[in-house]
Design a binder for this molecule. Structure first.
Ligand code: ZN
Length: 213
């Protein structure tokens, strides 16, 4: 398998999207999932991307990007909301493990986004710490509303873009790596039905961006 340790942000992005393409077309290669890879990666990990996505059970990272052991440094929370632990984990992947790519992965029919919309529309307040998750999605829904977005895919794209911006605003380590060309941050909107992932934000990477604000 390709040694991707020295990959540029662009190469890492292409590698990731090639895997998604294999998954979409129903021809996964299941790379790096055998005993040889297990043995090779046991002493040290060299992932080529940090994947920060929603916890949704249908968003299993290594499956939808057709990767294996040691490929992705995965951080997932409901609605890909961030807190200090999340930021620290992403910084660890980017700066300590030297990943050239950080991906924010949102998806359609996201329960957290739906709950934030419901909370704004009819005042539904979730119980316990679920409320904390929903409150962290709310600024994105408000921003989408202010921009006049009504379609669910536009609201999701806004939330993914906001998450990308939030990572770069709050993490100086990440922002400096993007500025230096050592890393890129990409926002993807995933469609549950067909498995495709569309780029809606790109920082430090020159790729076509859909649904841009
Ligand atoms: Zn979700």
């Amino acid at each position: 398998m390709t040694d991707v340790q020295t990959a540029t942000p662009q190469e890492a992005f292409e590698l990731l999207m090639a895997g998604n393409q294999r998954f979409v077309t129903g021809e996964p290669a299941h790379p790096n999932q055998d005993a040889a890879r297990r043995a090779a990666t046991a002493p040290a990990q060299r992932p080529f991307a940090v994947l920060f996505g929603c916890s949704d059970s249908r968003l299993a990272a290594e499956i939808i990007f057709d990767r294996g052991l040691g490929d992705l440094f995965v951080v997932r929370t409901a609605g890909h909301v961030t807190g200090n632990e999340v930021l620290g984990s992403i910084e660890y992947g980017a700066a300590v493990l030297d990943c050239p790519l950080v991906v924010v992965l949102g998806h359609d029919s996201c329960g957290a986004v739906g709950a934030a919309r419901a909370a704004l529309e009819d005042g539904t307040t979730p119980a316990g710490y679920i409320r904390d998750v929903v409150e962290r999605v709310t600024p994105s829904v408000l921003a989408a509303r202010a921009a006049g977005y009504e379609k669910p895919e536009e609201i999701l794209a806004e939330h993914v873009r906001n998450t990308v911006d939030l990572l770069l605003d709050r993490s100086r380590i990440l922002a400096e790596r993007v500025e230096a060309g050592q890393a890129a941050v990409v926002g993807l909107c995933y469609r549950l039905a067909d498995g495709t992932a569309q780029v809606v934000a790109a920082r430090g990477l020159d790729v076509p961006v859909a649904l841009s604000a």
